[in-house]
Design a protein around this ligand. Structure first.
Ligand code: FES
Ligand code: FES
Length: 176
């Protein structure tokens, strides 16, 4: 009997088919089997959130899943968040607000914040803190992290406003 199991999973839009040990943790699969080391590994008991990824759009701790459990599913890691080489507003905001020091928690924080803003584009500070409660930071004291998520929400609102003003202008020009 084979000691390995086949897993077929889409990560950041690319399909991976690998033979893995059934007990291999997802975080180790991402880092060691397919080489995506942006997902960090800390406590390996689900406490720190450094290993957070998006699984079928939901933030999960990849140290709490086996790689084989993701067969047929879709994952986004920090490497897949930026599109066309352009940072997402939440990534820009983390840089602009100095929301990281050593950066160990940052991939997980950013993905958790990104998912919050997708569900709730205008969160209160309390809602931001609650959404990030599963992600620990040893360096920043969290204040700049909350500010960064708030700033990302503002960026998203203003880009939506500009887009709808652009649409209105197009309609106006088409009708005039
Ligand atoms: Fe997964 Fe800490 S390494 S929660
Ligand atoms: Fe160092 Fe958060 S920036 S753990």
């Amino acid at each position: 009997m084979s000691l390995f199991q086949h897993v077929c999973v889409t990560v950041n839009g690319r399909l991976y088919e690998e033979e893995v040990e059934p007990r291999q943790l997802l975080v180790h699969f991402l880092r060691e089997t397919i080489g995506l080391t942006g997902t960090h590994v800390g406590c390996v008991i689900g406490e720190c959130g450094a290993c957070t990824i998006l699984l079928d759009g939901k933030p999960v701790k990849s140290c709490l899943l086996f790689a084989v459990q993701t067969n047929g599913r879709e994952i986004v890691t920090i490497e897949g968040l930026a599109g066309d080489g352009k940072l997402r507003p939440i990534q820009e905001a983390f840089v602009e607000k100095y929301a990281l020091q050593c950066g160990y928690c940052s991939p997980g924080m950013i993905l958790a914040g990104h998912e919050l803003l997708r569900k709730n584009p205008d969160p209160t500070d309390a809602e931001i803190r609650k959404a990030l409660a599963g992600n620990l930071c040893m360096c920043t004291g969290y204040v700049q992290i909350v500010e960064a998520v708030r700033a990302a929400a503002e960026k998203l609102k203003s880009s939506q406003r500009s887009a709808s003003e652009g649409e209105n202008l197009e309609v106006f020009l088409a009708e005039s």
